[in-house]
Design a protein around this ligand. Structure first.
Ligand code: NDP
Length: 435
């Protein structure tokens, strides 16, 4: 822990991987004594920079920008940009570390990275967000490129921000390349990319349930968050015949006992994406719903839970409550939303539990497909991309089963994802020597 002792989120992410991968390394001679994990936890490069910008009243602000280039053993760095006041080096290092394993699991040639800023887009005008994104890219542009590092969106960075970032990159470099993913459809984006993380999470949950001869159909589902991942996770659950009863944001959650159907979800998408409003606006229109201020939704009875907001949003007590109420399947749409205590409780109860690096990998996988389409200068149909996404999620599920099956027949998806992700990166690092 030495030089990282002031980085709790990073230590948490590394600890979870170390607990499952170290025993595997000890039992496999080729990895033994090579200090591979020690090399993996040190970013290849950590860039931090000043971002100065001017607000609508003419006042100058300064934020801190970052890009963490974690591991490029199997491909160019790839991972999102997060704009949120909680962003710091620890949070981005945990995300970049997870990204290395996740990208490896997708089977596509992508290394791991992550970046962002402590800038808060909430309450800012469109012009302010544009000026911030432009200022951010004037520095970031010298560290990224279509064959070097290809950022995407994350919390606080959606289609609007990717547009502003791409515009400034193109202006400075005078080239139109696939340097960012999550682009608009008319300028290099891939169909299904906005949907991919949420859809992929539900495809993964479906694979887990099917391995137990069960199905999403008919399940009551609790979802946290109401951003990109949560919205499309909800859409896919509804399409597969499940009943979504909650959504949330940082101010609280809404519970609609009658279920959030396609029409109600369209209303949520309009509030969040176009009006940039709050989830509590839902109860003004739908009287069947309640708003619980300042609370997370884990006390609502359900069979399936999809945490899709942020890290450490579901703790040990929440997990016990979910289990008590009959939850049998948890798939993480967010990155590291469950605390170690929560994961322990799910494992002890032997329910289906998918860690984000496996279940939310559909987003980056489809970003990988966007990169391929950009390189080929072609555009696949919705059906083609969705088919590829479904196959990738199924393959990730099968890799988890291969490496994660316990002797008693219980699949520990955390162990499976960590080891399967590790093997490919470790093999590449061994082949490339000590660099
Ligand atoms: P968005 O910004 O679109 O939405 C984030 C949602 O989570 C909002 O509802 C937000 O509420 C809520 N939220 C954010 N921070 C907090 C917090 N500290 N406490 C409570 N609620 C919070 O982001 P995404 O949907 O893209 O990302 C959600 C999660 O999914 C993140 O963990 C991200 O890393 C992960 N992820 C995203 C991928 C993608 O493709 N976008 C890919 C893989 C993982 P509010 O509006 O009030 O802030």
């Amino acid at each position: 822990k030495g030089r990282n002792s002031h980085e709790p989120e990073f230590i948490q992410a590394v600890q979870e991987v170390a607990e499952t991968v170290i025993p595997y390394i000890s039992n496999n001679e080729i990895y033994n004594g090579k200090n591979i994990l020690l090399r993996m936890v040190e970013p290849e490069r950590l860039i931090s920079f000043r971002v100065s910008w001017v607000d609508d009243d003419g006042e100058i602000h300064v934020n801190r920008g970052y890009r963490i280039q974690m591991n490029s053993a199997i491909g160019p760095y790839k991972g999102g940009l997060r704009f949120h006041p909680t962003v710091n080096a620890s949070v981005l290092k945990f995300l970049a570390f997870e990204q290395v394993f996740k990208n490896s699991l997708t089977t596509l040639p992508m290394g791991g990275g992550k970046g962002g800023s402590d800038f808060d887009p909430k309450g800012k005008s469109n012009d302010e967000v544009m000026r911030f994104c432009h200022a951010f890219m004037t520095e970031l542009c010298r560290h990224i490129g279509p064959n070097t590092d290809v950022p995407a969106g994350d919390i606080g960075v959606g289609a609007r921000e990717i547009g502003f970032l791409f515009g400034m990159y193109k202006k400075i470099r005078n080239e139109f390349t696939g340097v960012l993913t999550g682009k608009g459809l008319s300028w290099g984006g891939s169909k299904i990319r906005p949907e991919a993380t949420g859809y992929g999470t539900v495809y993964f949950a479906q694979s887990m349930l099917q391995s137990k001869k069960d199905d999403v159909k008919g399940k009551t589902v609790v979802i946290s968050g109401s951003g990109n991942v949560a919205q499309y996770a909800a859409e896919k659950v509804i399409q597969l015949g499940g009943k979504v009863v909650t959504l949330s944001d940082s101010s609280g959650y809404i519970y609609d006992k009658e279920g959030i159907d396609a029409e109600k979800l369209a209303f949520v998408m309009d509030i969040k994406n176009n009006k940039r409003g709050r989830i509590s606006d839902y109860i003004n229109k739908y009287k069947s719903a309640e708003f619980h201020e300042g609370k997370t939704p884990w006390g609502v009875p359900c069979e399936m839970a999809l945490p899709c907001a942020t890290q450490n949003e579901l703790d040990g007590e929440d997990a016990k409550l979910l289990l008590k109420n009959g939850c049998i399947c948890v798939a993480e749409g967010a990155n590291m939303p469950s605390t170690p205590e929560a994961i322990h409780a799910f494992h002890e109860a032997k329910i289906l539990f998918a860690p984000g690096k496996a279940s939310n990998a559909g987003g980056v996988a489809t970003s990988g497909l966007e990169m391929s389409q950009n390189s080929l200068r072609i555009s696949w149909t919705r059906e083609e991309v969705d088919e590829r996404l479904q196959k990738i999620m199924k393959d990730i599920h099968d890799s988890c089963i291969e490496y994660g099956m316990d002797e008693d027949g219980y699949c520990n998806y955390v162990k499976g994802a960590n080891i399967a992700g590790f093997v490919k990166v470790a093999d590449a690092m061994l082949a490339q020597g000590v660099i």
